[in-house]
Design a protein around this ligand. Sequence first.
Ligand code: NAD
Length: 339
Amino acid sequence: MKILVTGGAGFIGSNFVFHMLENHPDYDLVVLDLLTYAGNLETLKDVLDRPNVRFVRADIADREAVFGLFGEEHPDIVVNFAAESHVDRSIEDPGIFLRSNVIGTQTLMDACRKYGVTRYHQVSTDEVYGDLPLDRPDLFFTEETPLHTSSPYSASKAGADLLVQAYHRTYGLPATISRCSNNYGPYHFPEKLIPLIISRALADESLPVYGTGENVRDWLYVRDHCAAIDRIIHDGRVGEVYNIGGHNERTNLQVVKTILKELGKPESLITFVRDRAGHDMRYAIDPAKMMSELGWEPTTTFDEGIKQTVKWYLDHEDWWKNIISGDYQQYYEKMYADR
Ligand code: NAD
């Protein structure tokens, strides 16, 4: 079995590579990543020399590169993590989100149609559903919730999801889609809330919290997400959407305070800043379909997961300090200059 993992040098993609190597050591993995600012090859350094891992630097929206790679590798399964993923950046500059997230998805699926795959899996997000009101804790996103996007990021992800469903219906592409809630864990890029708070709190810097910090996110430990995708690509039904989440709703302020407590840092570091434009109030996933149909359930509670994550950032200061200094971007040149 050969799996093409796109975006495998990013946060969730790299954790998926580790998950697959641990759980399916007989599989071949081809990791394709453009190494944008969010991709870090250093994350994969311990696995790059394995005989069943190949890394290729390429853009999923580059037809020639993608078709060339499919022609060489003939993957059985494609799991597409590659995307521009930061909402704030999409508000500043939406164009690149359309290219990578929509055209990139189309390009990969066209290659799948030409070369044939047993499964194309699109890694999507709960943000395609928009948000829920704070005063209706009884409401959750199901797979039937209409798409109703708020940011250029979520709109680009929803556009890609609709294209995947169209390719399944029109061309019979054996495709599945998963929509997961917010992930956290090792190798999370330090611009995102949890690692940002950890790294800034460690340096006793002020901790920016949008608005009043009341926005609710539904947090899932990244390895639980990876295990869910593993289930879907093997046992999920083609043409289906699967919501992934662990019923771990927390306000942003609760998350920040939990991290401060874990680090023994004072809450006086918290600084409320102007809210994000169009900021979604609450995300909450109903994962019943994943649980009943595929027997998946999360194994890490938020309390355990946040402890493990804080410990990981304390033990891996070099990894995130390299990112903050910008040095990580030279890693590819160092690793591959003489190959
Ligand atoms: P990330 O930003 O950490 O990683 C994205 C990776 O994709 C990076 O390595 C980057 O270099 C690569 N990439 C970007 N554009 C590319 C292109 N055109 N061609 C090839 N590679 C490209 O993001 P992440 O948090 O790991 O998210 C991965 C996927 O999961 C995304 O599709 C995202 O929408 C989805 N998702 C994320 C979350 C979350 O909480 N982080 C939750 C649900 C879904």
